[in-house]
Design a protein around this ligand. Structure first.
Ligand SMILES: *Cc1c(COP(=O)(O)O)cnc(C)c1O
Length: 421
């Protein structure tokens, strides 16, 4: 094959087709599209209610304890080398102790793998579970990185609903109906992104029983651990580890508001050793041998961060989130075209239903978010991005005054586009 003149052979390189589906499934892609609609002439500040990274707002600044821990780890000169692939021992021990505070049994450092944020924990799990014909049960609405990773690994994704009329509890009948002999796991996100609910102890007990009955693993995404500010306290899925084996996924990204530090964990919450028996632990270690580790000095800072952070810092974050969740819920009530089935009580998000029959000239959730960005400079994530068409996912983890400003602009948008009676 000749390529033009010059007698050159055609290029041999081709790209991985698995990326064509996987790469289009992310929240970032959709938000970039919506942000491209912003009107550059509009001099008001853009209000970002789309993605959940509050780290640049002063009221969500991390604790000096964490900053000092990183500085002293770095200055000590002890953490300039490569990490072991599973993570350095002091970090693994500190993470085990941190999680043990809420568990009825004791994790050991060997149960803990230090990862590049919860994102890498998801990557690892969905890579090691990718046996031929495997399928995985994912929540709808959910966190699209799971869909993207499943697509990339060639695992079939099957969806069960979270039920708005039951405070977003898992439809466990649907879980049973979906599962077959090739189902490897189900994902439970608690506190929940995108719905903002916190599952009760009783519901989690039922989830554990269901998984046991089906012989599947539970992937407990607890990246929002302890970010609960309503009546249901946060209960780790690992509390049911003796009923059914659990892989717990977490990080310091959300509770300490430092997503850029890229420090997370993958933990076998499995006092009966079932995961070890079934080669899950070996597979995790093999996968870690072919991937990269978080910066060693961040790992070195982890014991101080987890042990020395004061309750004051956590209480302050919870206080702000409770306040902004209230503002969000109350302001949405004033906007007829969107309704929120429950006041958010955890994480940083809420799902609100868009009622298109109240609107003129708006086709669907994506059209709503694009026009809202263009006319009002407010960014909201269309529900389609998380699997629920004609809903909206709104984050309330921003400065209270900006949130009020943003939702006020949504109201003006509605008033301009309201269907004439
Ligand atoms: C933010 C988030 C993650 C990723 O966490 P990182 O620690 O930043 O990698 C995973 N799962 C859910 C549900 C999240 O919201």
């Amino acid at each position: 094959m000749e390529n033009g003149g010059g007698g050159k052979k055609a290029w041999n390189f081709k790209t991985n087709v698995a990326l064509e589906t996987a790469g289009n499934l992310t929240i970032r892609g959709i938000l970039n599209e919506i942000m491209s609609k912003l009107d550059v002439e509009d001099k008001r500040p853009v209000i970002p209610l789309g993605h959940g990274d509050p780290s640049h707002f002063p009221c969500f600044r991390t604790t000096p304890v964490a900053e000092d821990a990183v500085i002293s780890a770095l200055r000590s000169g002890k953490y300039n080398s490569y990490s072991s692939t599973v993570g350095i021992l002091p970090a693994r021990r500190a993470i085990a102790e941190y999680l043990n505070r809420d568990l009825p049994y004791k994790l050991s450092p060997d149960d803990v793998f230090v990862t590049l944020g919860c994102t890498q924990s998801i990557e690892i799990v969905l890579s090691i579970l990718a046996s031929p014909k495997a399928n995985i049960l994912l929540p709808r609405p959910g966190f699209p990185y799971y869909e993207a990773r499943a697509a990339y690994s060639g695992i079939e994704a099957r969806h069960f609903d979270l039920l708005p009329e039951r405070n977003w509890e898992i439809d466990l009948d649907a879980v049973e109906a979906l599962a077959d002999e090739n189902t490897v796991a189900m994902v439970v996100i608690n506190p929940n992104n995108p719905c903002g609910n916190v599952f009760t102890y009783e519901h989690l007990a039922k989830v554990a029983e269901t998984a046991r009955k089906l012989g599947i693993l539970i992937l407990a995404d607890e990246v929002y651990d302890h970010l609960a500010f309503g009546s249901n306290p946060f209960v780790p899925m690992g509390a049911f580890g003796s009923v059914t084996p659990v892989l717990t996924l977490g990080s310091i990204s959300k509770r300490w508001v430092v997503p850029g530090w890229r420090l997370g964990w993958l933990v076998t919450s499995d006092p009966n050793g079932i995961l070890k028996e079934n080669k899950i632990v070996d597979s995790i270690m093999s996968y870690l041998n072919i991937s990269s580790d978080p910066a060693t000095f961040i790992q070195g800072a982890i014991p101080q961060i987890l042990e020395n952070t004061k309750e004051d810092f956590f209480n302050k974050t919870i206080h702000v989130l409770r306040q902004t969740a209230d503002i969000c819920y109350e302001k949405i009530k004033e906007i007829d075209c969107i309704t929120c089935p429950h006041k958010p009580e955890g994480s940083m998000f809420v799902m609100a239903k868009l009622n298109l029959s109240h609107l003129e000239g708006v086709d669907d959730d994506i059209d709503f978010c694009c026009k809202l960005a263009k006319e009002e400079g407010v960014i909201i994530l269309p529900g389609s991005a998380v699997g629920l068409k004609n809903w909206l996912r709104i984050t309330f983890a921003i400065e209270p005054s900006s949130l009020e400003d943003g939702l006020g602009r949504v109201k003006s948008f509605y008033q301009r586009h309201a269907k004439k009676k």
